[in-house]
Ligand binder design. Structure first.
Ligand SMILES: [Zn+2]
Length: 348
């Protein structure tokens, strides 16, 4: 048994040479010192050893164990230090190389256009008020003079959600929400998202952005002339000097109603495929607030009068940025989005 132990020692120490790698060191450790290793195996067989020899054998086992342990420890330390050195050398940083550029973000062109529009209206004395996207039938339709069977209430046009609520189809609910809690004189713009059951296409999207604006005061103080003045100012500030016209139209919540057209920016009124050769493009809808809308919020139409307008931000953005497909704004391709100059100088 003594010879066997000497053999274990000789073999272990020869394998734990100075050039042993991590795997070799580990293999020796497991084979000699492991739970079912060679030394453990010998200890199990101690009862075969005559009594008088046992102390010597026991001592020898402990000695070999300590020796192998010490050598394994020594080599492991050495290998660890070598690995660290190697990784430091390989990953040496060259401080003279140019640094990594961090891409600079910017606001989305649609948000940017909305901000610019809001800034123009603020400069004309309008306040910005946010209202809600999830609305009830009263604030989205009834109070805005949509009759009970108006086609806009159809399930095919409107997203209905649980509990008789719906996703607002326009930001005109802002008129009702604001006038319910505040009395005229009021000059307010309500920006926000709107939702309709349209497929995403060149000119339409199931979610889009609008700015609703309205001004209400005592009769005679806010007339159709003020409406024209404010929107002419807006068109000039936003699009630059261009020919505009007001064309009679129809909306349930305004009477009379009009649409603001401007000279097509592509052909400047000469006529081209984009403006269907008319020379004009629609910009927004507007009109004098219908007396029924004023009544719905407890304003006496014999005492108060006002105008309202609604601007489609994406549609106006298409015109302003010369983009011909609305889907590009929603696909979030940074190569597209990064093309446009910042207009507003940031978000409030
Ligand atoms: Zn044109």
């Amino acid at each position: 048994m003594k010879e066997q132990l000497e053999e274990i020692r000789r073999r272990a120490m020869s394998e734990l040479g100075d050039n042993a790698d991590e795997a070799q060191v580990d293999a020796v450790r497991v084979r000699v010192l492991g739970r079912s290793g060679e030394l453990t195996e010998i200890m199990r067989r101690m009862r075969e050893v005559p009594n008088e020899e046992r102390p010597a054998i026991g001592q020898l086992i402990n000695q070999i164990k300590r020796e192998v342990e010490a050598r394994v420890e020594e080599l492991s330390e050495k290998l660890k230090a070598a690995a660290l050195d190697k990784s430091l050398n390989e990953k040496r940083i060259d401080v003279t190389l140019p640094g990594m550029r961090i891409a600079r973000g910017r606001i989305h062109p649609i948000t940017d256009i909305m901000e610019q529009m809001l800034q123009i209206f603020e400069s004309l004395g309008f306040e910005v008020e946010m209202t809600q996207d999830i609305e009830d039938d009263f604030h989205n339709f009834e109070a805005l003079n949509f009759k009970e069977h108006h086609p806009a209430r159809d399930m095919q046009d409107t997203f209905y959600v649980e509990g008789g609520m719906l996703l607002r189809t326009h930001t005109s609910n802002g008129q009702i929400r604001v006038m319910e809690k505040r009395r005229p004189p009021l000059a307010i713009v309500c920006p926000g998202k709107c939702y309709r059951r349209d497929d995403l296409s060149v000119r339409a999207s199931p979610m889009f952005t609008q700015i609703e604006g309205f001004m209400v005061d005592k009769i005679g103080r806010v007339t159709m002339a003020h409406l024209k003045g404010v929107l002419t100012q807006f068109a000039q500030a936003f699009f630059g000097a261009t020919a505009i016209r007001f064309r009679a139209s129809y909306f349930p919540f305004t009477e009379p109603s009009a649409e603001l057209d401007m000279h097509c920016l592509l052909c400047d009124g000469a006529g081209c495929p984009v403006c269907k050769h008319s020379g004009w493009t629609e910009v927004l809808g507007c009109g004098m607030i219908h007396p029924n809308v004023l009544r719905a919020v407890g304003c006496d139409p014999a005492e108060y009068q006002g105008f309202a307008f609604g601007i489609g931000v994406e549609r106006t953005g298409l015109l302003k940025l010369g983009v011909d497909d609305m889907r590009l704004f929603f696909e979030n391709d940074l190569r597209f989005l990064a093309q446009f100059p910042a207009l507003s100088g940031g978000v409030r």
